[in-house]
Design a protein. Structure first.
Length: 183
């Protein structure tokens, strides 16, 4: 855990050295682990994002901030599946391929995102596409990708395997504010 925190802090520190950075502390991550037998959906609206002009991206969230419709489901998620007391944070660090903030306009552009996702204490590579468009001094960022629970050693009890999807759909939405910083 300390190793991952160190890597994230180093990445975050590198982001701070960039001249132009885009940030938010109110990004949103939704996940859907629904099956025909159970509707399992949650959202976290307190996600930290940072993106440099070089295309380096860092995302940090507190797992306990996911909100469910039913509090009992939220309790089971935190205690039995994600073990949020043991693994309180999730991280994504990576790079947007060929990213140039000057190329971003009101029209959406799609970039390849190559990085690492750390969830439940397990770091796995992630390769997905991310869409960005400009709205004034803000960048609107959006992506969607699957996560397999077994890839992150998240155990679903055998009795519930038909109620919880093995592949969870993750949707990311963020409105990043442009900031200028000294190098």
């Amino acid at each position: 855990m300390k190793k991952y925190l160190f890597i994230f802090l180093i990445s975050w520190g590198c982001l701070g050295m960039a001249q132009t950075t885009f940030r938010t502390e109110t990004g949103e991550i939704q996940f859907d682990a629904s099956t025909p037998l159970e509707d399992i959906y949650a959202v976290n609206r307190k996600v930290n994002f940072a993106l440099t002009a070089k295309g380096e991206i860092a995302v940090l969230l507190l797992v306990k901030e996911f909100d469910f419709k039913r509090k009992l489901m939220q309790e089971h998620f935190n205690e039995n599946y994600i073990e949020s007391d043991k693994y309180p944070k999730a991280y994504l660090t990576g790079n947007l391929v060929n990213f140039d903030p000057d190329d971003i306009s009101e029209e959406s552009r799609t970039y390849a995102l190559n990085g690492d996702l750390t969830l439940h204490g397990v770091t796995r590579p992630i390769d997905t596409e991310l869409t960005i468009n400009r709205e004034g001094s803000f960048l609107l960022l959006q992506t969607e990708f699957p996560i397999k629970t077994e890839d992150h050693k998240i155990k679903v009890p055998r009795i519930l395997f038909k109620k919880v999807a093995k592949e969870v759909r993750v949707r990311v939405l963020a409105r990043l504010m442009e900031t200028k910083e000294a190098e």
